[in-house]
Ligand binder design. Sequence first.
Ligand SMILES: Nc1ncnc2c1ncn2[C@@H]1O[C@H](COP(=O)(O)OP(=O)(O)O)[C@@H](O)[C@H]1O
Ligand SMILES: [Mg+2]
Length: 346
Amino acid sequence: MITESNDVKRQENHLNESNQKEELLTVENLHIKFYSEGKKKITAVNNVSFRLNRSETVALVGESGCGKSVTSFSIMGLISKHVGEVEGSIKLNRKELNGIPSKKMRDIRGRDISMIFQEPMTSLNPVHKIGDQIGEVLELHTQFSKEEIKQKTIEMLRKVGIPRADKIIREYPHQLSGGMRQRVMIAMAMACNPALLIADEPTTALDVTIQAQILDLMNSLKSNFQTTILLITHDLGVVAEIADRVMVMYYGQIVEETDVQTLFATPKHPYTVGLLNSIPNLEEDSKRLHPIEGNVPYLGEISEGCPFRFRCKDAMEKCSHENPPLISLDKQKVRCWIYGEKEVTI
Ligand SMILES: Nc1ncnc2c1ncn2[C@@H]1O[C@H](COP(=O)(O)OP(=O)(O)O)[C@@H](O)[C@H]1O
Ligand SMILES: [Mg+2]
């Protein structure tokens, strides 16, 4: 009997492990190009490929302008044909999303994939009550009755730690603090229990103490809902708090990808090293902060070579002519000539 139940347990553990590795989102060879003056196109995202497995939290990090938000907008199907082109494959549960009719994409948004943004006021409607805004998502994607929608809305608000949820549903966004508004956004995003939550700089606009509370909340969502989270941030402190894996982005490309421990212990790409060195360290004198010199180049400014070479202390002759491929090392993938040239596929 004991052996049998142990066997069952082992089998369950095995299943759980393979469940955790089950892929949810696969992005392959993603290119995002925007139309500029005339017929010219500028590339904002250049050949990005990655995979998110079920229940994991993956951070996409990089300085402002690296292409993090536009990557997430393309996953949400929010890049209109009038402003640019999205090429490549974006599959959720092995089903292609890129290029599907906008009506189909509207069904998926909010139900299978939802998103929270840096500034909740831009996504909450100021003239509608909190309860109605969450209710609308449920009305769109479920068959719930009016009463069920109300109960579910209150339940979601309670789950994200909002006190007096039954009163809050009758209030307007401006009556809440920034932290509470972000909780409302999270409740709205989680209302239909989406498989994928994209959080774009969810704590950037908040005070440090509120930031910590929102990160705690996101950590509890991870364990309670088993949601897969794509967390976009420029803040490596946030990454350390919540992510399992990290992808570092520079000038529209992924330049390093690894698990969070490896990233902090043995960063490989000179850009990642630079980002880590620029984290303020409480024990050090603030004068010893080491920001990366220079800026992310303007889009279209660089036609060949490695786009980081201008800011890189290790740049070699080759870096001016050839953009390095993403190669696989023992524990991480990196795009830098220092480490050789054997290209990887995801
Ligand atoms: N609609 C647009 N038209 C033209 N360029 C755009 C548009 N949206 C974003 N970009 C450009 O794409 C690049 C990446 O932007 P974004 O993804 O917002 O960066 P991040 O989120 O990493 O700060 C930026 O250079 C930005 O100016
Ligand atoms: Mg952004």
